[in-house]
Design a protein around this ligand. Structure first.
Ligand code: NAP
Ligand code: GDD
Length: 345
């Protein structure tokens, strides 16, 4: 039986990855932070699984990391822990860097000193491309991050490459483009839209306020993206791979599609901060723009080229935006209906 350690197991990706590895008969160890409230709701399905063990710890605490790695002797470590919200990273840049940049260095050092056989996956990101210089971004595209989050992840990306070259550590950067799901954090735009419009449809909210409607993202389904993480660590040689759908859509498109799923027909009126989304069927304004959601520097456009992953990992995105929106709206609408507009996972 293989053993894996997942940092960030309580997050969207960590929970899907843990389920995937348990299905593959791994023993899964997860690092969890102590918090005032229980934050293990995404692990509900597997919480009592006999091959799952959770360890209190923190990616900023070398002592606990060394202890846990010694104790569990993992074959594979998946480093998913991060302060992962781009806008929030402008408000808390130092802790974003401490976790996002230096966290993985701690893991690399432990592997270098203790056990070279441990394979390491690093949750890298399309935010590295930031102000993009190519229409489609691949493993060869130059980086230009646009946020403290992106800059922190840039250090992590290079330190992975550096330990691979300098010490022959088996470490991979998965350069994942945006991926969403019914487990996505509530303040990422996709989930904010599917929750907000569902509550409007059910009569618990009147308007959804968002920021930049024109940014475009390459959105895939998180459940499929964790499969790519696992595949990277099963290759003969460690490498970095772009994981994406190859389609870009705007926030506006996402809102229209989610509205459609809920029986709305959202059309746009006005410009800039005065722009609104009106449901043609009811004549009501359901979407407004609020500048508080704008970022000091924006990533306008992301579109990934995952040809290398297709060729070498035999991985390809199956769920495109239409289906992703359907999955998310269905889950949120049903749950909000059942819980009278209150959100429980
Ligand atoms: P997420 O839902 O925000 O989960 C982040 C996880 O990191 C949570 O489990 C969180 O624990 C944990 N964490 C934060 N700070 C920590 C610390 N100091 N020590 C230990 N754990 C800590 O993020 P996600 O969407 O699953 O993404 C997973 C990873 O992939 C992140 O590194 C993210 O930056 C990266 N990524 C995500 C995407 C995407 O579109 N989802 C794309 C590219 C890359 P708590 O529950 O205690 O907060
Ligand atoms: N969060 C948020 N909230 N974003 C909004 C809103 C809003 O109300 N209105 C518009 N947006 C725009 C943002 O300005 C951005 O251009 C886009 O929607 C996507 O924002 P997020 O969903 O917050 O995701 P992100 O692209 O910034 O970052 C996510 O993807 C990265 C990969 O590219 C995160 O998961 C990162 O951790 C990940 O690395």
């Amino acid at each position: 039986m293989k053993t894996a350690l997942i940092t960030g197991i309580t997050g969207q990706d960590g929970s899907f990855l843990a389920e995937l590895l348990l299905k593959k008969n791994y023993f899964v160890h997860g690092l969890i932070r102590r918090s005032a409230e229980l934050n293990t709701f995404r692990l509900e399905k597997i919480f009592n699984h006999e091959n799952l063990k959770l360890h209190y710890g923190d990616l900023t605490d070398s002592i606990c990391l060394e202890q846990i790695v010694s104790e569990v002797a993992p074959d594979e470590v998946y480093n998913l822990a991060a302060q992962s919200h781009v806008k929030v990273s402008f408000e808390i840049p130092e802790i974003t860097a401490t976790i996002g940049a230096l966290g993985v260095l701690k893991l690399l050092e432990i592997i270098r000193k203790k056990d070279h056989r441990i394979k390491l996956y690093q949750a890298s990101t399309s935010e590295l491309y930031g102000k993009v210089v190519e229409e489609k971004q691949s493993e060869e595209t130059i980086f230009h991050p646009r946020s403290p989050y992106g800059v922190a992840k840039l250090y992590a990306y290079w330190i992975i490459k550096n330990y691979r070259e300098a010490y022959n550590v088996f470490a991979c950067n998965g350069i994942l483009f945006n991926h969403e799901s019914e487990r996505r954090g509530f303040n990422f735009v996709s989930r904010k839209i599917t929750i907000g419009l569902s509550r409007i449809k059910l009569g618990y909210q009147s308007v959804l306020e968002v920021g930049n409607l024109n940014a475009k993202r390459d959105w895939g389904y998180a459940k499929e993206y964790v499969e790519a993480m696992h595949l990277m660590l099963q290759q003969e040689k460690p490498k970095d791979y772009v994981i994406a759908t190859g389609e870009a859509h705007s926030i506006r498109d996402f809102i229209e599609l989610a509205g459609e799923e809920l029986g709305m027909e959202i059309t746009w009126q006005g410009e800039g901060l005065k722009e609104v989304g009106v449901d043609k069927k009811t004549g009501k304004t359901v979407v407004k723009v609020n500048e508080k959601y704008f970022r000091p520097a924006e990533v306008d456009f992301l579109l990934g080229d995952s040809s290398l992953a297709k060729k070498e990992l035999k991985w390809e995105a199956k769920t495109k935006l239409n289906d992703l929106v359907k999955i998310m709206v269905k889950a949120d609408y049903e749950s909000l209906k059942k819980n009278q507009g209150k959100f429980f996972y």
